[in-house]
Design a protein around this ligand. Structure first.
Ligand code: PNS
Length: 163
């Protein structure tokens, strides 16, 4: 049983995240999408809201792999969340080369903190989604721009409600 944790803020989930989930479904038997309460950022959506939104969006998402996907919030260290799920790998999407520095640092830190073997698998973002970052999407939505090319309709509606 290959279990992967895909951690992140998902504030909110974008087409870029969904693309990574779809592709990771070919690599693991189970993916736990971990919505972090502690990511060093001030979120727009609560963890509970982000869990509901992700579950809602996943209902409309077809996975190419035979894989169970669950969504869960966590307020611990990522490595402790991984232990809880007996996960062997962390999945992270990388958009730009500049993302990689931060990602490699986080991966090395997690490897040092963990008392067992874990691997971080980096998936290169599909070029179509390279410009999508949740922080930009929130700003575009708050300033009245059209975010429908970047996020599913449920998220467009949730962003409208927040602004
Ligand atoms: O989507 P993000 O904000 O880039 O995700 C960052 C995240 C959530 C993966 C990272 O902040 C994290 O793992 N937070 C949990 C707390 C933790 O383990 N911190 C130590 C590693 S940075």
């Amino acid at each position: 049983m290959r279990c992967a944790v895909y951690p992140g803020s998902f504030d909110p989930v974008t087409f870029g995240h969904l693309d990574i989930i779809q592709r990771a479904s070919k690599l693991a038997d189970r993916i736990v999408i971990g919505i972090a309460a502690h990511s060093g950022k001030t979120p727009l959506f609560t963890v509970a809201e982000r869990i509901d939104l992700l579950n809602d969006v996943l209902k409309d998402t077809t996975l190419p792999g035979k894989c169970e996907v669950v969504v869960e919030g966590f307020d611990t260290l990522l490595i402790h969340f991984m232990n809880k799920h007996k996960a062997q790998m962390v999945v992270r999407g990388v958009r730009q080369y500049s993302d990689f520095e931060y990602e490699a640092q986080m991966s090395a830190l997690n490897a040092k903190l963990s008392n067992r073997d874990i691997e971080t698998v980096f998936l290169a973002a599909n070029p179509e989604y390279q410009s999508i970052a949740s922080r930009f999407i929130k700003q575009v939505a708050q300033l009245g721009g059209d975010v429908s090319p970047f996020v599913p309709p449920q998220i467009v509606a949730a962003l409208e409600k927040k602004s």
